[in-house]
Design a protein. Structure first.
Length: 457
């Protein structure tokens, strides 16, 4: 098979002989990332308590996101110019190193450094895998391989939070980080040999701002971190820091994302914006849900992690269903997915009411997962469909950049409000964040009809 450009018409599935090694390796990397993500989210309430870092709880997640921005921007142009193999290899290496630093951390700030290194590697990996899909798989198979990526969360979703909870309870939280680096290396050895034939494509036409994207990525990451820090301050110092942070974040987004993204212009800009909105709504809720269940509702780490399990199972079921749809209307599919997501987030927020049975919130979180499983593969397919081959790396990078930046910004605001309200009004602290994520879901529902360009009918 000529691996420079995918064949026009597929005759086999993504796990047919010609794709098998690559597909298994790529799905294995996604599964590893999923397992680690769910495990760390389950363990983080214990980690924050052990390192006396509850005030930095949201930062432990946002730091990973903002550093991934730098990795995503680096991987986008790197993969377009030299192929996805090298950035993918670097991504796995940095990801594993960050896990080691976090696992050995003696203080919360060291853990944050490890999480940021891990995020940089994850950013490299995620964009490189998107480029692999665009370069190797025919268009009609892309929805199925993206659905397979989502399905790779099934086993981690079933066993990851429970295993993480048991590791925390019996071995200690550090092993949640230290058990993964070797597995990451093995997964990389499965996929990298299959990418040797993917060299650079002809140089695309330059786009204004491409040359300075790395600078703006660093500005975006620094601004998001400053937004978190400023939210922990008081008085004029907080006002000044927040003003600088918001200005830097907006300026960097304008230069890193496709023109029109922040105003949801029709077509690709709305596709990119919806990715950020959906991610911020879902992950902004998911970060605080285990903390709420363990700290306020008294569940053990293993049982609190069950919320992540059922949400990820819902996500996988939604993706499985999306991968089997025949020529669906993108706008209608996205509207349905965003409606499910919004209802699920609002329902999960009911867990803050002490008298509310937890089964209600858990069922709602399955609904939120179904929505994400419908939305994410659809946005991935649309991004590749609306991108010329030589711009797939940059646009895949922008898709995930918007994901990370919107979520990091949401966590900065929610984390600041959470820290300010936690001691005086714990339930209000959680509700302040959940109300913002539900509002984001509703905004995404209203914008979903704009994913097709105006001239596409």
């Amino acid at each position: 098979m000529d691996m420079q450009v995918a064949a026009a018409v597929p005759t086999e599935g993504p796990f047919a002989r010609r794709y098998r090694a690559l597909s298994i390796g790529a799905v294995s990397l996604v599964a590893l990332y999923a397992f680690e993500s769910l495990a760390v989210t389950t363990a983080m309430p214990t980690v924050a308590a052990a390192l006396d870092g509850l005030s930095l709880y949201a930062m432990a997640f946002a730091g990973t996101l903002v550093s991934s921005v730098v990795g995503m921007v680096a991987a986008g142009r790197w993969a377009d110019r030299s192929g996805p193999r090298v950035p993918l290899a670097h991504g796995v290496a940095w990801f594993a190193f960050g896990l080691v630093v976090a696992g050995l951390a003696p203080a919360m700030w060291v853990l944050l450094v490890g999480r940021m290194v891990q995020g940089f590697g994850g950013g490299l990996m995620s964009v490189a895998l998107y480029v692999v899909v665009g370069r190797v798989y025919p268009p009609a198979l892309r929805a199925r391989i993206f659905a397979a990526f989502a399905a790779a969360w099934v086993v981690p979703a079933i066993v990851g939070p429970a295993i993480s909870g048991l590791i925390v309870e019996h071995l200690g939280w550090r092993w949640v980080f230290l058990l993964f680096p070797l597995v990451a290396g093995v997964a990389a050895l499965m996929v990298l040999p299959a990418l040797c034939g993917l060299g650079p494509l002809p140089e695309p036409d330059p786009v204004a701002g491409d040359r300075h994207r790395m600078v703006w990525a660093v500005v975006a990451a620094a601004s998001a971190l400053l937004l978190h820090h400023g939210g922990q301050q008081r008085g004029w110092v907080a006002a000044a820091l927040l003003a600088f942070a918001v200005a830097g974040l907006l300026l960097s987004m304008v230069r890193l994302l496709p023109p029109g993204t922040l105003r949801a212009a029709r077509g690709l800009p709305t596709v990119i914006a919806l990715r950020g909105i959906a991610a911020a709504a879902f992950f902004g809720t998911e970060v605080f849900l285990p903390l709420l269940l363990s700290r306020e509702r008294g569940l053990s780490p293993a049982w609190a992690g069950a919320a992540l399990t059922i949400g990820a199972l819902g996500w996988s079921l939604g993706s499985w269903n999306r991968g089997r749809m025949k020529d669906p209307s993108p706008a209608r599919v996205l509207q349905a997915g965003m409606a499910l997501l919004t209802l699920g987030v609002a329902g999960a927020a009911l867990a803050v009411i002490p008298a509310m049975p937890l089964a209600v919130a858990m069922a709602a979180w399955v609904v939120a997962g179904l929505g994400m499983g419908t939305v994410f593969p659809s946005l991935s397919v649309l991004t590749l469909e609306l991108s010329p081959p030589a711009r797939q790396g940059v646009n895949a990078s922008a898709l995930q950049l918007c994901d990370a930046l919107f979520t990091a910004a949401m966590l900065a605001v929610a984390g600041s409000m959470f820290a300010a309200l936690l001691e005086r009004a714990p339930l209000a602290a959680y509700l302040s964040g959940f109300s913002m994520t539900a509002a984001l879901g509703l905004l995404g529902l209203l914008l979903a009809g704009r994913v097709r360009p105006a001239d596409a009918g």
